[in-house]
Ligand binder design. Sequence first.
Ligand SMILES: Nc1ncnc2c1ncn2[C@@H]1O[C@H](COP(=O)(O)OP(=O)(O)O)[C@@H](O)[C@H]1O
Ligand SMILES: [Mg+2]
Length: 260
Amino acid sequence: MSENMSTAIICCENISKKFGTKTVLEDISFTVDRGEFLSLLGPSGCGKTTILRMLIGIEKPTSGKIIKNGVDITDVPPKDRNIGIVFQNYSLFPNMDVYHNISYALQFRKMEKEEIEARVREIIETVGLEDHIYKKPKQLSGGQQQRVAIARTLVLNPDIILFDEPMSALDAEIKVVLRQQLKDLQEKLGITMIYVTHDQEEAFALSDRVMVINDLQIAQLDTPYNIYHNPADQFVRRFVVDHLNQKIKSIEDVISEEKK
Ligand SMILES: Nc1ncnc2c1ncn2[C@@H]1O[C@H](COP(=O)(O)OP(=O)(O)O)[C@@H](O)[C@H]1O
Ligand SMILES: [Mg+2]
């Protein structure tokens, strides 16, 4: 890597988004580092999904630029951005088994059959679904379905994966297990992940940094530790710090040692 090569994989510069006359986001700027796990945290309707939709390219900013690896991708179509997304409901094909859910997108690429098979099997191993290759989604647990959804984006070799509240439909106990699995997977792959949630604890447990969004803007973008100990304003204090204090015994149980 050359010395002046930036560690940033995404730079959003002065992004505003309006729907009709309604402003949803106003002049927000942020950078995501290569390999980072960043959460977007905020109340319902604050614009989290809209940010993901602009990053993936299915929504265009009203003004501002999105730079990826130093290239302006603001007008680049979704298929040429090399960014994957995992939706809340996973959107798996119910009639296809795990293998075919994962291989589906590769059929549209010019790839040899053997190459597709090797690639799909490698990904299945990476996410630990070897014992479930021929099962249909409804035969899988919520956690296994989530891994299929992740595998389906991984197979296309994206350099960023976006998640839109992937755990909000699951119950609390399963969430804690899945958080750990997702963290382990991210550490193993070193892939950049941007994760939308309205769950404070989830954001704090998973992330290198958390972006707290409120009132059209970024209220704070920092490490969980710094946000907890130094909230930027009254909103962050209430929405994040007070909320966490009500739910947890100790912040040390949520933020792992290396995330400080
Ligand atoms: N296509 C759209 N047309 C009009 N308004 C929209 C559209 N998409 C989102 N919005 C509005 O933008 C705001 C932010 O929405 P969203 O990004 O989905 O919030 P979040 O994901 O944080 O809950 C909401 O007020 C929502 O109603
Ligand atoms: Mg949303």
